[in-house]
Design a protein around this ligand. Structure first.
Ligand code: HEM
Length: 125
């Protein structure tokens, strides 16, 4: 079966998407402060590897799991509003790149699957 990764356009598409996505995140004044001390080049590389893996492409992600990667941000106050904004920027990016709504919805579902981990909650809450 063709993976969502291939349907999106593979490595070239993921690279383009992550670059545009982080430009949007950094231009969003409620999100940018969380990235103040972050090396954005390294961050973009991790995000590319992560999105590649979770959309069914080659699994080269060696970063932290989503709960550990964001635990310090939970302490700094990230909540559903930040998560929704991040997912919105991802969807907006894909839309700009000409990805159809059905595929954007599938990427959105992948993002939703890590919401509780990113926000440091139990699955049931
Ligand atoms: C779909 C949701 C999200 C995904 C898939 C995601 C993915 C990632 C990945 C792969 C990393 C790198 C982990 C590592 O260093 O090993 C990371 C780090 C980070 N994420 Fe997210 N993230 C998401 C939501 C958010 C949200 C809502 C925020 C809040 C603004 C956020 C802010 C950050 C920051 C600031 C870092 C860097 C941490 C550091 O290096 O100190 N992320 N994220």
């Amino acid at each position: 079966m063709t993976s969502l990764y291939d349907e999106l356009g593979g490595a070239v598409a993921i690279d383009a998407a992550v670059d545009i996505f982080y430009r949007k995140v950094m231009a969003d004044e409620k999100l940018a402060p969380f990235f103040d001390d972050v090396d954005m080049e390294r961050q973009a590389a991790k995000q590319k590897a992560f999105l590649t893996m979770v959309t069914g492409g080659p699994a080269n992600y060696s970063g932290k799991d989503m709960r550990r990667a964001h635990a310090h941000l939970v302490a700094e106050g990230i909540d559903d509003s930040h998560f929704d904004a991040v997912v919105g920027h991802l969807a907006g990016t894909l839309k700009e790149l000409g990805v159809d709504d059905a595929k954007i919805a599938r990427v959105g579902a992948v993002a939703e699957s890590v919401r509780n981990d990113v926000l440091g909650r139990n699955p049931a809450s």
